[in-house]
Design a protein around this ligand. Structure first.
Ligand code: UTP
Length: 294
């Protein structure tokens, strides 16, 4: 069965980005002038996904408005001689079918995914986290996972190597055998959320892209509340592995920015601005001048 649906959980509290996340989901934080979630949706579209479900909380209005058509704005842009900008704004509303469901309490990523069960029913589905912005000139990260799913027909976790000193920030996988840096796939026999550096089984972290099969819902329902009383996706994946259901790591290519972290967010903004013809020169001038004062 082809994977046609993707879920974007966007109902977290975003405490690392308070106070802005008091009234706005962190998925709407701008990378220069474009909300982060738009890049995630575009990656899904380029990967062949046909429908998206965004899991939201009470701050969903900003996202709904962004992916809707705004006739008044378009009309004003056309009247003021900006038809190209009007066309661009219009196509954001037509990118893909987007549905929304509310997670009533922030009970963790696993709980957010459970809210999607009626939407996906028995189909395999993709999960994409807005925290991980992945830039790839070639095949989008999600498409790399989907290609592996087409071969394996089992759970696929998007992984990349992280610095050994950072393993305690991530869900770290245990590969079935030592992995060469060039390997693009490997079987996973264990997974631990935020392990101690001394206990990590590898330096491969799960980074915001998953293909899950519908049996994850049974696992999530059996998962006990973990840290902060939240239902952790990692615990359900661990159960899956322990039940001998095959889980594969897809070592995807692409530059990944951790947008959920302030420094990652700043780096993404600088790198994206440096690629923009309207900003590049002035930004380089500014950075050079600034560097002399540091
Ligand atoms: P995070 O733990 O990174 O998000 O969850 P957070 O809780 O919003 O961030 P901080 O740590 O407080 O700053 C990973 C993803 O899961 C979603 C988040 O929106 C994020 O995309 N999530 C998390 C939910 O949808 N619901 C939840 O209850 C928790």
């Amino acid at each position: 069965m082809r994977v046609k649906k993707a879920i974007i959980p966007a109902a977290g509290l975003g405490t690392r980005f308070l106070p802005i996340t008091k009234s706005m989901p962190k998925e709407m934080l701008p990378i220069v002038d474009t909300p982060n979630i738009q890049y995630i949706v575009e990656e899904a579209v380029k990967s062949g996904i046909e429908e998206i479900l965004i899991i939201t909380n009470q701050n969903k209005v900003a996202m709904e408005n962004h992916f809707d058509i705004n006739y008044e704005l378009e009309m004003r842009l056309r009247e003021s001689g900006k038809p190209e900008l009007a066309d661009y704004i219009h196509q954001i509303g037509n990118l893909i079918d987007i549905h929304y469901v509310r997670q009533k309490e922030p009970k963790g990523l696993g709980h957010a995914i459970l809210c999607a069960e009626p939407f996906v029913s028995n189909e395999p589905f993709a999960v994409m986290l807005g925290d991980d912005l992945i830039v790839n000139e070639g095949k989008p990260a999600l498409l790399q996972l989907l290609d592996l799913y087409d071969v394996k027909k089992n759970t696929i976790l998007g992984v990349q190597k992280v610095p050994h000193s950072d393993v305690s920030k991530y869900g770290i996988v245990e590969p079935s055998h030592p992995v060469l840096d060039s390997a693009d796939r490997f079987k996973i026999i264990g997974i631990t959320e935020k392990p101690k550096i001394s206990e990590a089984k590898s330096d491969y972290a799960v980074l915001g892209r998953y293909i899950l099969t519908a049996d994850i819902f049974d696992m999530l329902k059996q998962t006990k509340n973990g840290i902060n009383g939240e239902i952790q996706l990692t615990d359900a994946l661990k159960m899956m592995i322990e039940a001998n259901r095959p889980v594969w790591g897809c070592h995807f290519t692409g530059n990944r920015y951790d947008i959920g972290d302030k420094f990652g967010f700043l780096k993404a903004n600088i790198d994206f601005a440096l690629k923009r013809s309207d900003l590049k020169e002035s930004l380089i001038d500014y950075i050079k001048k600034l560097a002399k004062t540091l």
